[in-house]
Design a protein around this ligand. Structure first.
Ligand SMILES: Cc1cc2nc3c(=O)[nH]c(=O)nc-3n(C[C@H](O)[C@H](O)[C@H](O)COP(=O)(O)OP(=O)(O)OC[C@H]3O[C@@H](n4cnc5c(N)ncnc54)[C@H](O)[C@@H]3O)c2cc1C
Length: 320
């Protein structure tokens, strides 16, 4: 079986490693060829391990690429290389482009895959969370090609065999005209210079309990002291206090940091669906009955506007 990993220009090293781990999990010791298509100018083929084939496209996509361009690139790469399985990151971009590639290639599409299994006939099946992560479903595909978006943090980095694969250049037809209306203008976190939500070791997330957009300024200061990223609940995003790219949860980003600090977030099931892989959860909330405390390792009952500044002062002093 041919497995093709497509690294989007926004996929950094950690995400490509996760996709490679997913490819290994899908192969599960069977005879497979794992290829990787590097589409972005920042992608470093030298640091890539475990691939049998490494492809770089002739004209790599720059920072402000159109999602449409990635769809065209992936579509052509699939046509040239005829993979049975194509893996992309399940972030907002991946969720947008993967089904479009599937339609163009008349392929099957599986979203948010978090595991692979073999059925009794030895065929590959796909595990994905449903009902906000309360249940898992196992789906199969009868298509000759299946496009799969991979749930963040579902496949942790694993030891991979060393490779001496040479980088091959894919000569694709570049058509830079936008076919739709989508363009990546800026990534909310990287515009600030901090780590992305998917890669951050520490995330400070704010919810409706912040009361205003100004509250996020305070959370940004705490995140900066801890070298982390700022996240948000959907209620805070819907209130217009922060960019939707920062939303964590079922319909936002799935995260798995070492430390997740939830500030003024009640802990709705849709939010919890995105933070289950966090190693430690600290919750700050005025309501001691808030559901977030049910999953928190450390519960702080109180007003965030008093607690967060005290935390920033304490941490800043300790680090001085
Ligand atoms: C299909 C669907 C998908 C969804 N997807 C997502 C998703 O991906 N992510 C997501 O987050 N939500 C999602 N939601 C919305 C979700 O159901 C909740 O409405 C949302 O998570 C609530 O956000 P919140 O916790 O910020 O707000 P609230 O539920 O209003 O909670 C605010 C909390 O702040 C506390 N608080 C108030 N004042 C203070 C203070 N001064 N200091 C400290 N604490 C304070 C309150 O006690 C309360 O617990 C989805 C909903 C649906 C139907």
């Amino acid at each position: 079986m041919k497995i093709l990993v497509i690294a989007a220009p926004t996929d950094q090293r950690g995400r490509i490693d996760e996709l490679m781990s997913a490819a290994y999990a899908a192969a599960n010791g069977t005879e497979c060829e794992i290829g990787v298509v590097l589409t972005g100018e920042s992608h470093d083929a030298a640091s890539l391990q475990g691939a049998d084939r490494i492809y770089r496209i002739e004209n790599v996509l720059g920072a402000a690429f159109y999602a449409d361009e990635l769809v065209r690139v992936a579509e052509q790469a699939c046509a040239l290389l005829s993979p049975a399985l194509v893996l992309l990151t399940g972030d907002a971009l991946g969720q947008q482009v993967a089904p479009r590639i599937a339609i163009r290639r008349r392929a099957a599409y599986v979203s948010g895959c978090c595991g692979f299994e073999r059925n009794d006939s030895g065929e590959l099946t796909f595990v994905r969370p449903v009902y906000g992560g309360k249940a898992l479903e196992v789906v199969g595909s009868t298509a000759s090609c299946t496009i799969v978006s991979i749930k963040a943090k579902a496949f942790l980095a694993i030891e991979r065999r060393p490779t001496d694969a040479q980088v091959e250049t894919l000569r694709l037809v570049r058509d830079e005209r936008p076919t739709g209306v989508t363009r990546l203008h800026t990534d909310a976190q990287s515009a600030h210079g901090g780590p992305s939500l998917e890669e951050a070791a520490v995330i400070v997330s704010g919810g409706k309990g912040l009361g205003s957009a100004e509250g996020f300024g305070l959370l940004r200061r705490l995140a900066d002291v801890l070298g982390g990223a700022v996240g948000a609940s959907r209620a805070a995003v819907d209130a217009g206090w922060i960019a939707s790219a920062c939303q964590v949860g079922q319909t936002g980003t799935t995260v798995g940091p070492e430390l997740y600090i939830a500030v003024g977030i009640s802990g709705a099931v849709q939010h919890l669906a995105g933070i289950g892989a966090s190693k430690q959860i600290v919750a700050i909330n005025t309501d001691e009955e808030a559901p977030i405390f049910g999953v928190a390792d450390v519960a702080v009952v109180g007003d965030y506007s008093r607690i967060v500044p005290a935390l920033i002062a304490e941490l800043t002093e300790k680090r001085a």
